[in-house]
Design a protein around this ligand. Structure first.
Ligand code: ATP
Ligand code: MG
Length: 362
């Protein structure tokens, strides 16, 4: 079976690598960039995502198509879908591309989320601030990642904020005084069976994921998060890995923040911390192959490497740890790789995270 992937970033790279022992599968990747991370394992077709010739090639050569990046034009997915399956489907991806659609889906399914208002003008923003308050954030509806395209209101004038956001369609939402952030990684098969990883606790720095720790053990929250995930995937007839990010508020309630229709940075620990990684789980689901029940064998922590690659000798000296280099050039706040450490004792693991962060990243 051949799987087409739109996007050849580190997520595609790890999907291919983690499936390499499965000799029934091979891959075809389309990416507009020069030597994207996935080209470490296979030759990638350099092309824009909506290039008709490339899409026709995927249709001709592949049995199913998936994505490593949610901002692939929905039109491209819809075109492929007329011929071969696209998992997750174009509708699901389209919803995840737009924060307003995503929030509306949460509301329609009685899932708690932030208070929000749709903003298309300075007048809308003024009215929304009156309703929600100044302890709020303006987020562009599309193309936001790593905290980009978000402005905290505080004491800024609506006029200034509306100008500095580039006057693009946005939402205003209240700021949550969260006790922590959690994410749930789950996978749904073609027949509608679901498998879940334990909740992951996420620590961000400047809006960018810094450290993920798993498992976050809480039976009730795990059950609540799985119920929410099931509602969404049933509604969207979703196939593959879907990740939902939550705030845990002061009352220990889950507040849905956003979703990713793909494998996720907060799931990289599953490569060494679970019997089956999120990458393999996604590929098995979309290839309609059997998935074993998911189990974890340790406490895991994943640390993102941003902006600058640390000295590799220092990384090695501080092992044992798993080091991933995505082979990308250095750029401020770019995700260049990650480290995963595991330990049966959670507090020993957290001590090690602190120590490693100090030694390797300072
Ligand atoms: P990602 O890289 O996960 O795609 P993103 O840019 O799409 O991120 P969000 O997940 O909405 O954006 O925000 C990034 C981070 O900023 C959150 O994980 C959280 O730490 C903080 N944040 C965002 N919205 C809120 C909020 N309403 N209240 C409090 N903190 C928030
Ligand atoms: Mg996020």
């Amino acid at each position: 079976m051949r799987i087409g992937i739109l996007g050849g970033g580190q997520l595609a790279m790890m999907m291919i690598e983690m499936s390499s022992k499965n000799n029934k599968l091979d891959f075809l990747v389309v990416d507009p960039g020069e030597n994207p991370p996935a080209s470490k394992f296979i030759k990638c077709i350099k092309s824009e995502y909506n290039n008709r010739t490339s899409l026709d090639l995927l249709i001709k050569e592949c049995d199913v198509v998936t994505i490593d990046f949610e901002n692939v034009p929905a039109g491209a997915l819809k075109y492929i879908e007329q011929h071969i399956p696209v998992y997750p489907n174009s509708k699901a991806v389209e919803i995840c591309q737009d924060r307003l659609f995503e929030k509306n889906l949460f509301v329609q399914n009685q899932i708690k989320t932030t208070n929000f208002e749709a903003i298309e003008s300075e007048e809308d923003l003024i009215k929304a601030i009156d309703k929600i308050g100044t302890n709020s954030i303006l987020k562009s509806r599309t193309l936001g990642y790593d905290g980009k395209n978000q402005i905290e209101i505080n004491n800024q004038s609506p006029k200034k904020v509306w100008k500095s956001c580039g006057e693009v369609k946005s939402i205003l939402e209240n700021k949550i005084n969260f006790s922590t952030e959690l994410s749930l990684i789950g996978v749904r098969t073609i027949s509608g069976e679901t498998f879940f990883y334990p909740l992951v606790e996420n620590y961000h720095k400047n809006g960018i994921l810094n450290v993920s720790v798993a498992p976050y053990e809480d039976i009730k929250l795990q059950k609540d998060a799985e119920t929410i995930h099931n509602k969404i995937t049933n509604e969207l007839k979703y196939v593959g890995v879907l990740v939902i990010e939550f705030f845990l508020d002061e009352n220990r309630q889950l507040i849905a923040n956003e979703m990713a229709p793909r494998v996720h940075n907060s799931g990289h620990w599953t490569i060494s911390g679970a019997n089956i990684s999120q990458f393999e789980a996604h590929i098995l689901a979309i290839a309609n192959m059997k998935i074993k029940p998911i189990s974890i064998n340790n406490n895991s922590a994943m640390l993102n490497i941003l902006s600058k690659m640390p000295n590799k000798d220092i990384i090695e000296k501080n092992g044992p740890l798993q080091f991933y280099d995505y082979g990308k050039s250095e750029r401020k706040n770019r995700k260049l790789g990650h480290l995963t450490i595991t330990n049966p004792d959670r507090s020993a693991l957290m001590d090690k995270v602190k120590k490693i962060s100090k030694i390797i990243f300072q």
